[in-house]
Structure formats: structure tokens, C-alpha cells
Ligand binder design. Structure first.
Ligand code: KG4
Ligand code: ZN
Length: 354
């Protein structure tokens, strides 16, 4: 079986093609035929965030080009058995672009189509490791598991009873963790997206000084609340106040930026780890599955490895933390097909439970 994946929920146009190789074990193995991500970062940089109508226009321009390139990787013309397309959550005009494109191919070539939840796809890709040109299932996965999804648009903790069966335990009440990285980076005059920029600054602090010069101490919002909810907008405000009350010469210095970046990163990681481990204890689980762009953060990865003790942590494969269509195609394998008529954009789609 060959699955085509299409992802246009935000600002990356992504098309992938995979072949299901072995289905003997619990999870299959996939051969990656093609995986293209066309990033729009340079276009949205000047706005400090994603500009939906611009993103839509770019998706419309990119999709046919990416699809043509994808087909070139195969020998026959339409070797596709299933089309998996992200239908939500995401930006409405962006989602529709991918959906309409997928529907057209499905209708014209009579290929079954399946609607994919972007959040679920971020989780499922972490169950595989990338070896050469294939995705192989990781070992020692046990259910129920705890999932933590942290991206530019989402921050939630879920109890995963099995693939497709989820219970959301908690989520952010305001900004997502990635959004907090992006917004605080903007305050500090750092690049977009903010996550990698803050991470690079924090690394400088850790490598060069590791000692505080400005005594910056930020709050750890909701770290001691007994639930699994998050809140990151107060952290952003705390950064803004500190920045505004620091003399210009100081706050523009390299040392201020890197110390503040380190404290932002530590604050976000402290909260994410504490709540994820709390959920793991409460539900006595052995596997933690992490997904979403923020998981690309190196410090978060190393601290999770250190602090989770005997738990088995499933990180997304390298370069698959941020949006891609491979995760969409892979998730398509596990889902029932949808009728063409019922495929539509669902910008606020939740990670539903069965
Ligand atoms: O999953 P993703 O590509 O898109 C959404 O579904 O939102 O996540 C993008 C988010 C952005 O907010 C970006 O700043 C953050 O992931 N991000 C990072 C890192 N790389 C990307 N955050 C922290 N550290 C990173 N290294
Ligand atoms: Zn995403």
C-alpha cells in the first residue's frame, strides 16, 4: 500500500509518499519514498507570526510543484492507494488549500481519502525511528501512555489508551508553549520562529557564563496546581515587564538576552516536565510520547531523559518534530477512510476520544 500525505495546516507546505512494508508486528514499517517540506518562514518573519492569507497563497503555489516532484520519485503515474490529509486543527484558509488539493486527486483518480488530526499525527510519528529511508517502530511501547504535545498552537497532556483512543487530561488556558517562545523572542528582538532563537541564546548562556549577571527570575506558571492545565501568557507578560524596566543599554546587551532566553527556556521546561511526570505517576504509566515543534528543543530533550528515570520516552525522529507530511501519511495507515463529501476543514478540531 502506498500512502500520500498532505499537510498545510499552518505555514509549511508538506507532501510525502510512503510505502507500507511490514505489518507483521504490532506496528508496521514504512519506506519513505518522498518527504518534502517547503517552509514559509522567510515570508512570515517580518510579521513575527503566520499571516494566514499569505500562507494560503503560498500553499496554493507550492502544492502542485511539490506533488509533481513527489510523483517523479515513483515509476508509474498514480501509484497511490490512499490519500491522508490534515483537516484540523489549524488555520482555516490553509487547511482548505490542502483539503481541496487532496479531494481533487481523490475524485479524479478514485483514490480513497482519510482525514487526519494534526495533533494525533504529531504523537504517532514519535512511535517510529528513522533508519536510512524507512520508519521502524520503536521497542518497549506500552499502553496506556501519556502524551505531551507542545507546538506553536497547542499544549496539552493526554492519556493514550491506545492509538486512536485519547483522553485529554489538561491543556493550556491561554498561549501555547511554542507561542510563548515566539512572543518572548520578539520582545527580545530575536528571530522568528522564536523557539530555535531562544534555544540558541540560552545555549550561549550555558556555555559561556552559567552565572547570572542580572538575577532574572521568571515565574513557573501553574507549576504547583494539581491539575494538568497550563498557562503561558503570564510568563510572556513577566518577560515584557522585566525588559521594559531594564535600562536600554543593559537590555540590549548580549548577556541580558542570553540570560533572559535561558530563564524563559528553563521556566517553560520546568512546567512541561513537572506536569508530564505528575500525569505519569497518577496513571502509573511506563511510556511517555512527546510531539510537536517545541520537542525540537535540545535542553527539553536532555532534561526529559535525565528526569524521567525509569520511564521510556518516545521523541519524534530528528527533523520530524516540526510540521511535516510524513506524520500525516503514517497516521493515515491507522485510520478509517472518510467519504469525500465529509472531508472539510475543522480549525478547532480537538484530539477526540473514542
Ligand atoms: O509543530 P510546529 O511545527 O507547528 C505547529 O503545529 O504549531 O511547531 C512550531 C513551534 C513554534 O512555536 C517554534 O517556535 C517551536 O515550535 N520550536 C521550538 C524549537 N523549534 C521549534 N521551540 C523551542 N525550541 C526549539 N528548538
Ligand atoms: Zn504542528
Amino acid at each position: 500500500m502506498i500512502i500520500l500525505g498532505i499537510e498545510t495546516s499552518c505555514d509549511d507546505t508538506c507532501v510525502s509518499l510512503i510505502k507500507v512494508k511490514k505489518t507483521k508486528g504490532k506496528l508496521p514499517q514504512f519506506e519513505i519514498i518522498s518527504n518534502i517540506v517547503s517552509s514559509q518562514v522567510d515570508i512570515h518573519k517580518k510579521y513575527g507570526g503566520v499571516y494566514p492569507t499569505l500562507a494560503k497563497r503560498e500553499h496554493e503555489k507550492n502544492l502542485p510543484i511539490l506533488f509533481k516532484k513527489t510523483l517523479k520519485k515513483t515509476t508509474n503515474n498514480y501509484p497511490i492507494d490512499l490519500i491522508a490529509v490534515t483537516t484540523g486543527p489549524g488555520l482555516d484558509p490553509c487547511l482548505w488549500t490542502g483539503i481541496n488539493f487532496a479531494k481533487k486527486i481523490s475524485d479524479h483518480h478514485k483514490i480513497p481519502i482519510v482525514a487526519i488530526n494534526h495533533i494525533e499525527a504529531h504523537l504517532i510519528i514519535s512511535l517510529f525511528s528513522l533508519e536510512k529511508k524507512s520508519l521502524t517502530p520503536k521497542k518497549n511501547l506500552s499502553f496506556p501512555a501519556i502524551g505531551l504535545i507542545v507546538s506553536g498552537g497547542h499544549t496539552l497532556i493526554v492519556l493514550i489508551k491506545k492509538i486512536g483512543d485519547y483522553e485529554v487530561l489538561g491543556e493550556t488556558r491561554d498561549d501555547a508553549a511554542g507561542e510563548c517562545f515566539d512572543k518572548t523572542a520578539r520582545i527580545l528582538g530575536l528571530d522568528y520562529p522564536g523557539g530555535p532563537a531562544i534555544s540558541a541564546e540560552a545555549e550561549k548562556f550555558n556555555l559561556a557564563m552559567s552565572r547570572t549577571k542580572f538575577g532574572i527570575k521568571l515565574p513557573r506558571p501553574m507549576i504547583n496546581s494539581k491539575d494538568f492545565d497550563f498557562s503561558f501568557s503570564g510568563l510572556k507578560t513577566a518577560v515584557l515587564y522585566h525588559y521594559q524596566s531594564t535600562p536600554i543599554k543593559k537590555r540590549k546587551s548580549k548577556k541580558y538576552k542570553s540570560e533572559m532566553a535561558n530563564e524563559i527556556q528553563e521556566s517553560i521546561i520546568d512546567v512541561l516536565i513537572k506536569k508530564t511526570l505528575l500525569a505519569s505517576e497518577k496513571y502509573r504509566i511506563k511510556s511517555i510520547i512527546l510531539g510537536g515543534g517545541v520537542i525540537a528543543n535540545k535542553m527539553l530533550k536532555s532534561r526529559f531523559e535525565k528526569e524521567s528515570k525509569k520511564l521510556k520516552i518516545f521523541f519524534p525522529p530528528e527533523k520530524m518534530q516540526t510540521d511535516n507530511a510524513l506524520m500525516v501519511a503514517v497516521t493515515g495507515f491507522f485510520k478509517k477512510t472518510t467519504s469525500l463529501k465529509r472531508i472539510k476543514a475543522m480549525p478547532n478540531l480537538k484530539l477526540f476520544s473514542k
